[in-house]
Design a protein around this ligand. Structure first.
Ligand SMILES: C[S@@+](CC[C@H](N)C(=O)[O-])C[C@H]1O[C@@H](n2cnc3c(N)ncnc32)[C@H](O)[C@@H]1O
Length: 273
Protein backbone atom coordinates (compact mmCIF):
# COMPACT_ATOMS: atom_id res chain seq x y z
CA UNK A 1 0.00 0.00 0.00
CA UNK A 2 1.45 3.38 -0.98
CA UNK A 3 1.45 6.41 1.36
CA UNK A 4 -1.16 8.06 -0.86
CA UNK A 5 -3.43 4.98 -0.69
CA UNK A 6 -2.99 4.88 3.07
CA UNK A 7 -4.03 8.54 3.39
CA UNK A 8 -6.98 8.02 1.01
CA UNK A 9 -8.00 4.99 3.10
CA UNK A 10 -7.96 7.08 6.29
CA UNK A 11 -10.10 9.78 4.62
CA UNK A 12 -12.57 7.15 3.38
CA UNK A 13 -12.78 5.42 6.79
CA UNK A 14 -13.27 8.73 8.62
CA UNK A 15 -16.03 9.71 6.21
CA UNK A 16 -17.81 6.38 6.79
CA UNK A 17 -17.31 6.77 10.54
CA UNK A 18 -18.29 10.42 11.03
CA UNK A 19 -20.49 11.42 8.11
CA UNK A 20 -24.07 10.24 8.53
CA UNK A 21 -24.65 10.94 4.81
CA UNK A 22 -21.67 8.79 3.68
CA UNK A 23 -22.78 7.47 0.29
CA UNK A 24 -23.15 3.70 0.70
CA UNK A 25 -23.98 3.74 4.41
CA UNK A 26 -26.49 6.50 5.09
CA UNK A 27 -29.59 4.28 4.82
CA UNK A 28 -27.87 1.61 6.96
CA UNK A 29 -27.03 4.16 9.65
CA UNK A 30 -30.54 5.60 9.67
CA UNK A 31 -32.17 2.17 9.98
CA UNK A 32 -29.77 1.02 12.68
CA UNK A 33 -30.13 4.25 14.67
CA UNK A 34 -33.93 4.09 14.54
CA UNK A 35 -34.29 0.39 15.32
CA UNK A 36 -31.37 -0.89 17.39
CA UNK A 37 -30.29 -0.14 20.91
CA UNK A 38 -26.72 -1.40 21.15
CA UNK A 39 -26.15 -0.16 24.70
CA UNK A 40 -24.28 -2.76 26.73
CA UNK A 41 -24.15 -5.15 23.76
CA UNK A 42 -21.27 -7.16 22.39
CA UNK A 43 -20.99 -6.67 18.64
CA UNK A 44 -19.16 -8.45 15.86
CA UNK A 45 -18.64 -6.34 12.73
CA UNK A 46 -17.88 -9.09 10.24
CA UNK A 47 -15.93 -7.75 7.24
CA UNK A 48 -15.33 -4.48 9.08
CA UNK A 49 -13.11 -3.19 6.26
CA UNK A 50 -11.47 0.13 7.13
CA UNK A 51 -13.54 0.29 10.30
CA UNK A 52 -16.01 3.09 9.59
CA UNK A 53 -19.12 1.29 10.85
CA UNK A 54 -17.34 -0.37 13.83
CA UNK A 55 -16.18 3.06 15.00
CA UNK A 56 -19.64 4.47 14.45
CA UNK A 57 -21.23 1.73 16.64
CA UNK A 58 -18.54 2.24 19.28
CA UNK A 59 -19.11 5.99 19.52
CA UNK A 60 -22.90 6.04 19.22
CA UNK A 61 -23.55 3.48 21.96
CA UNK A 62 -21.77 2.30 25.08
CA UNK A 63 -20.98 -1.11 23.59
CA UNK A 64 -18.07 -3.44 22.87
CA UNK A 65 -17.17 -3.91 19.19
CA UNK A 66 -14.99 -6.57 17.60
CA UNK A 67 -14.21 -5.85 13.94
CA UNK A 68 -12.72 -8.63 11.84
CA UNK A 69 -11.66 -8.60 8.23
CA UNK A 70 -9.68 -10.83 5.92
CA UNK A 71 -7.76 -7.88 4.43
CA UNK A 72 -4.66 -6.74 6.36
CA UNK A 73 -4.48 -3.36 4.59
CA UNK A 74 -8.05 -2.52 5.60
CA UNK A 75 -7.37 -3.50 9.21
CA UNK A 76 -4.19 -1.36 9.31
CA UNK A 77 -6.26 1.67 8.29
CA UNK A 78 -9.04 0.83 10.79
CA UNK A 79 -6.47 0.66 13.60
CA UNK A 80 -4.95 3.98 12.55
CA UNK A 81 -8.34 5.74 12.66
CA UNK A 82 -9.13 4.11 16.02
CA UNK A 83 -5.82 5.40 17.40
CA UNK A 84 -6.24 8.88 15.91
CA UNK A 85 -9.67 9.29 17.53
CA UNK A 86 -8.69 7.51 20.76
CA UNK A 87 -11.59 5.04 20.71
CA UNK A 88 -11.07 2.21 23.16
CA UNK A 89 -14.22 0.06 23.02
CA UNK A 90 -13.38 -1.42 19.60
CA UNK A 91 -10.75 -3.95 18.50
CA UNK A 92 -9.79 -4.79 14.93
CA UNK A 93 -8.32 -8.07 13.83
CA UNK A 94 -7.19 -9.65 10.56
CA UNK A 95 -8.97 -12.98 10.64
CA UNK A 96 -10.15 -15.64 8.24
CA UNK A 97 -12.78 -17.43 10.31
CA UNK A 98 -12.45 -20.55 8.18
CA UNK A 99 -8.83 -20.90 9.45
CA UNK A 100 -9.38 -19.38 12.91
CA UNK A 101 -13.00 -19.99 13.90
CA UNK A 102 -14.87 -17.63 16.19
CA UNK A 103 -15.05 -18.73 19.80
CA UNK A 104 -17.12 -16.00 21.46
CA UNK A 105 -20.83 -15.21 21.48
CA UNK A 106 -22.18 -11.86 20.27
CA UNK A 107 -25.46 -10.02 20.77
CA UNK A 108 -25.34 -8.54 17.29
CA UNK A 109 -23.39 -9.53 14.22
CA UNK A 110 -23.33 -6.99 11.39
CA UNK A 111 -22.35 -7.64 7.78
CA UNK A 112 -22.57 -4.27 6.04
CA UNK A 113 -21.89 -4.64 2.33
CA UNK A 114 -19.87 -7.82 2.84
CA UNK A 115 -22.02 -10.81 1.81
CA UNK A 116 -21.96 -9.87 -1.89
CA UNK A 117 -18.14 -10.11 -1.84
CA UNK A 118 -17.91 -13.69 -0.54
CA UNK A 119 -18.01 -16.67 -2.94
CA UNK A 120 -21.02 -18.95 -2.26
CA UNK A 121 -19.02 -22.06 -1.26
CA UNK A 122 -17.36 -19.93 1.45
CA UNK A 123 -20.45 -17.93 2.39
CA UNK A 124 -22.25 -21.08 3.51
CA UNK A 125 -19.75 -22.17 6.24
CA UNK A 126 -19.29 -18.53 7.27
CA UNK A 127 -23.03 -18.10 7.86
CA UNK A 128 -23.03 -21.38 9.79
CA UNK A 129 -20.28 -20.03 12.02
CA UNK A 130 -22.08 -16.73 12.54
CA UNK A 131 -25.25 -18.65 13.47
CA UNK A 132 -23.24 -20.54 16.10
CA UNK A 133 -21.69 -17.29 17.37
CA UNK A 134 -24.84 -15.23 17.87
CA UNK A 135 -26.42 -15.39 21.34
CA UNK A 136 -29.84 -16.98 21.81
CA UNK A 137 -31.51 -13.58 21.92
CA UNK A 138 -29.12 -12.04 19.41
CA UNK A 139 -29.49 -11.07 15.77
CA UNK A 140 -27.45 -11.09 12.57
CA UNK A 141 -27.96 -8.06 10.34
CA UNK A 142 -26.98 -8.40 6.68
CA UNK A 143 -27.07 -5.52 4.20
CA UNK A 144 -26.14 -5.75 0.53
CA UNK A 145 -27.05 -4.31 -2.87
CA UNK A 146 -28.97 -7.08 -4.68
CA UNK A 147 -27.61 -7.96 -8.12
CA UNK A 148 -30.47 -6.13 -9.91
CA UNK A 149 -29.63 -2.90 -8.08
CA UNK A 150 -28.44 0.04 -10.21
CA UNK A 151 -25.25 0.11 -8.09
CA UNK A 152 -24.58 -3.64 -7.66
CA UNK A 153 -21.68 -3.64 -10.13
CA UNK A 154 -19.61 -1.47 -7.72
CA UNK A 155 -18.13 0.10 -10.88
CA UNK A 156 -20.97 2.35 -12.10
CA UNK A 157 -19.03 5.38 -10.80
CA UNK A 158 -16.36 4.79 -13.46
CA UNK A 159 -18.54 3.47 -16.29
CA UNK A 160 -21.17 6.16 -15.68
CA UNK A 161 -23.84 3.51 -16.37
CA UNK A 162 -26.21 2.25 -13.67
CA UNK A 163 -27.03 -1.50 -14.05
CA UNK A 164 -23.85 -1.89 -16.16
CA UNK A 165 -23.48 -5.43 -14.72
CA UNK A 166 -26.02 -6.48 -17.35
CA UNK A 167 -23.85 -5.38 -20.27
CA UNK A 168 -22.08 -8.24 -22.07
CA UNK A 169 -18.61 -8.92 -20.62
CA UNK A 170 -17.08 -8.07 -23.99
CA UNK A 171 -18.34 -4.50 -23.55
CA UNK A 172 -18.17 -4.04 -19.79
CA UNK A 173 -14.75 -5.54 -18.96
CA UNK A 174 -12.79 -3.26 -21.36
CA UNK A 175 -14.72 -0.29 -19.91
CA UNK A 176 -13.60 -1.23 -16.40
CA UNK A 177 -10.04 -1.94 -17.60
CA UNK A 178 -9.81 1.51 -19.17
CA UNK A 179 -10.69 3.05 -15.79
CA UNK A 180 -9.10 0.39 -13.62
CA UNK A 181 -8.27 2.28 -10.43
CA UNK A 182 -5.91 0.83 -7.82
CA UNK A 183 -7.68 0.00 -4.55
CA UNK A 184 -6.23 0.00 -1.07
CA UNK A 185 -7.03 -3.69 -0.49
CA UNK A 186 -4.45 -6.42 -0.16
CA UNK A 187 -6.96 -9.06 -1.32
CA UNK A 188 -8.57 -6.98 -4.08
CA UNK A 189 -6.15 -4.33 -5.27
CA UNK A 190 -7.94 -3.02 -8.36
CA UNK A 191 -11.49 -2.18 -9.37
CA UNK A 192 -11.46 -5.07 -11.84
CA UNK A 193 -10.47 -7.55 -9.05
CA UNK A 194 -13.33 -6.17 -7.00
CA UNK A 195 -15.81 -6.62 -9.87
CA UNK A 196 -14.67 -10.23 -10.41
CA UNK A 197 -14.99 -10.86 -6.65
CA UNK A 198 -18.76 -10.18 -6.64
CA UNK A 199 -21.06 -13.18 -6.21
CA UNK A 200 -24.16 -11.63 -7.87
CA UNK A 201 -26.14 -11.96 -4.65
CA UNK A 202 -29.93 -11.99 -4.59
CA UNK A 203 -32.46 -12.70 -1.83
CA UNK A 204 -33.41 -15.92 -3.59
CA UNK A 205 -29.81 -17.15 -3.58
CA UNK A 206 -29.10 -16.03 0.00
CA UNK A 207 -32.13 -17.53 1.73
CA UNK A 208 -31.25 -21.24 1.22
CA UNK A 209 -27.82 -20.54 2.76
CA UNK A 210 -29.44 -18.69 5.66
CA UNK A 211 -31.79 -21.63 6.34
CA UNK A 212 -29.03 -24.22 6.02
CA UNK A 213 -27.12 -22.29 8.68
CA UNK A 214 -30.11 -22.62 11.04
CA UNK A 215 -31.06 -18.95 10.79
CA UNK A 216 -34.50 -17.47 10.09
CA UNK A 217 -35.57 -14.15 8.67
CA UNK A 218 -36.91 -11.93 11.44
CA UNK A 219 -37.36 -8.87 9.27
CA UNK A 220 -36.60 -7.76 5.72
CA UNK A 221 -36.59 -4.28 4.24
CA UNK A 222 -35.89 -3.74 0.55
CA UNK A 223 -34.82 -0.13 0.19
CA UNK A 224 -36.07 1.20 -3.15
CA UNK A 225 -35.43 4.47 -4.96
CA UNK A 226 -39.23 5.02 -4.82
CA UNK A 227 -39.06 5.11 -0.98
CA UNK A 228 -37.91 8.72 -1.46
CA UNK A 229 -41.52 9.57 -2.34
CA UNK A 230 -43.30 10.45 0.91
CA UNK A 231 -46.33 8.11 0.78
CA UNK A 232 -44.12 5.17 -0.30
CA UNK A 233 -41.51 5.80 2.43
CA UNK A 234 -42.00 2.52 4.30
CA UNK A 235 -43.19 0.32 1.45
CA UNK A 236 -41.31 -2.73 0.24
CA UNK A 237 -41.56 -2.54 -3.55
CA UNK A 238 -40.38 -5.90 -4.86
CA UNK A 239 -42.52 -6.62 -7.91
CA UNK A 240 -40.91 -6.84 -11.36
CA UNK A 241 -39.69 -4.55 -12.96
CA UNK A 242 -39.67 -2.15 -9.98
CA UNK A 243 -37.36 -4.58 -8.17
CA UNK A 244 -34.58 -3.13 -10.38
CA UNK A 245 -34.98 0.05 -8.32
CA UNK A 246 -34.07 -1.67 -5.04
CA UNK A 247 -30.72 -0.25 -4.00
CA UNK A 248 -30.18 -2.28 -0.85
CA UNK A 249 -31.56 -5.28 1.01
CA UNK A 250 -31.60 -5.25 4.82
CA UNK A 251 -32.08 -8.63 6.43
CA UNK A 252 -32.43 -9.22 10.14
CA UNK A 253 -31.78 -12.87 11.04
CA UNK A 254 -32.31 -14.84 14.23
CA UNK A 255 -31.40 -18.34 15.28
CA UNK A 256 -34.04 -20.95 14.52
CA UNK A 257 -34.35 -21.59 18.27
CA UNK A 258 -34.03 -17.91 19.22
CA UNK A 259 -35.36 -16.78 22.57
CA UNK A 260 -36.84 -13.34 22.72
CA UNK A 261 -35.59 -10.68 25.06
CA UNK A 262 -38.73 -8.57 25.31
CA UNK A 263 -39.81 -7.58 21.84
CA UNK A 264 -37.60 -8.93 19.02
CA UNK A 265 -34.42 -9.45 21.01
CA UNK A 266 -34.47 -5.95 22.46
CA UNK A 267 -34.89 -4.32 19.07
CA UNK A 268 -37.16 -1.37 18.58
CA UNK A 269 -38.23 -2.70 15.21
CA UNK A 270 -40.26 0.17 13.90
CA UNK A 271 -42.60 0.37 10.96
CA UNK A 272 -39.88 2.19 9.08
CA UNK A 273 -37.56 -0.81 9.15
C1 LIG B 1 -17.24 -3.39 0.72
S1 LIG B 1 -16.26 -3.76 2.10
C2 LIG B 1 -17.35 -3.30 3.44
C3 LIG B 1 -16.58 -2.88 4.66
C4 LIG B 1 -17.43 -2.38 5.82
N1 LIG B 1 -18.31 -3.41 6.32
C5 LIG B 1 -18.20 -1.15 5.45
O1 LIG B 1 -19.43 -1.20 5.42
O2 LIG B 1 -17.59 -0.11 5.22
C6 LIG B 1 -16.27 -5.54 2.19
C7 LIG B 1 -15.28 -6.08 3.20
O3 LIG B 1 -15.49 -7.48 3.37
C8 LIG B 1 -14.23 -8.07 3.59
N2 LIG B 1 -14.31 -9.52 3.38
C9 LIG B 1 -14.51 -10.18 2.22
N3 LIG B 1 -14.48 -11.50 2.43
C10 LIG B 1 -14.28 -11.69 3.76
C11 LIG B 1 -14.15 -12.84 4.59
N4 LIG B 1 -14.24 -14.07 4.09
N5 LIG B 1 -13.91 -12.66 5.90
C12 LIG B 1 -13.83 -11.40 6.42
N6 LIG B 1 -13.93 -10.28 5.68
C13 LIG B 1 -14.17 -10.42 4.36
C14 LIG B 1 -13.33 -7.36 2.61
O4 LIG B 1 -11.96 -7.52 2.91
C15 LIG B 1 -13.82 -5.92 2.74
O5 LIG B 1 -13.09 -5.21 3.72
Amino acid sequence: MTDEQFKDGIRYAEDNFMNNRAPHLHVDKKLIKENFDLTGKKILDFGSGMGGMSLWYATNWDCEVHGIDIDAHHVTIANEVKKKHNINNVTFEVRNVLDTPLTEKYDYIFLNDVAEHIAYPILEPILQQLADSVSETGRVFVTYPPWKSPYASHVQHVTGIPWCQFLPDAILLPMIERNNLPLVGEEESTLLDSYHGLNHLTHKKLIPLVRKAGLEVDFRKSHCILNKLGPLKNTNIRMWPLDYLITKEFLLLKRGNAKSEGKRGGLRVAASF
